[in-house]
Design a protein around this ligand. Structure first.
Ligand SMILES: [Zn+2]
Length: 115
């Protein structure tokens, strides 16, 4: 995972450079590929406090994916009230996707991120 190309020093017009999730600052990185999986749109790395998002996505998809990963971060930091996440299982993916989609639809007219 460390070998993934990361686009650095970009101007973040679609996303903030970082987000605070219950006191933990996660940096946001736009990358070409995550975990060698072309289907992955984004992923949160708890220990490294990084949220990676595919750079090729539209602005809307990037923002919705960020909300999705933030919900994962909230769940982890709050002790998994939405359920545990297990490697290789869908786990809470459907719930997180439903919540992030609903939140994005509601918040979209009001979203603006600092540069
Ligand atoms: Zn997810």
């Amino acid at each position: 995972m460390c070998d993934e190309p990361v686009i650095r020093h970009i101007v973040y017009t679609d996303l903030p450079a970082s987000v605070d999730i219950l006191g933990l600052t996660y940096s946001i990185e736009l990358v070409d590929l995550i975990d060698d999986d072309a289907d992955l749109l984004g992923m949160i790395f708890y220990k490294e406090q990084i949220i990676k998002i595919r750079n090729s996505l539209s602005k809307e998809r990037k923002q919705q994916t960020l909300l999705h990963e933030i919900l994962h971060g909230l769940n982890e930091q709050m002790g998994y009230p939405l359920g545990y996440e297990r490697e290789g299982e869908d786990g809470i993916e459907h719930l997180v996707q439903a919540l992030s989609g609903g939140l994005y639809q509601t918040l979209k007219p009001y979203l603006s991120f600092r540069l």
